[in-house]
Design a protein. Sequence first.
Length: 165
Amino acid sequence: MTINKISKEVFQFSFKKFGSCVYLLKSKNNKNILIDTSSKDNESELVEDLQKLNLKPEKIDIILLTHSHYDHVGNLNLFKKAKVYDFKNIEEINKIKDIKVIKTPGHAQDSLCFLYKDILFSGDTLFHDGIGRTDLQDGEPEKMLDSLEKLKKIKYKILCPGHID
């Protein structure tokens, strides 16, 4: 269980067991935003990590999901007060100040990336050393190249992928 400080308002949680990284964004308007929730196996580590930053699950206001695979949505049940945004209510995400939504089908049909300032949260579309798998049941290999081309046009300095190893 590791907490990495990405910027003064963004933290990355990574875990011992398989599951996505979880990112905490403490926005200027005092909203606590999580990007993904990892797999159920990481529930207790996630709660402990939040506690280290003086947060309880009920203090999370918003959850942004990069896609609906189990290793990214496994702990949604912990955040009973959070508004969850995903592909189904994508239009509403645009109401969140400072966050740009990018549709990036390929790894999954409902894959989304989020841009906050110069930080790109790429889910399983783009990793530091490659791209996400497209051979899963809801993968769309024919759309992955278009999604990657779209990301190449975005100006960002920091990549925050769904998995780091």
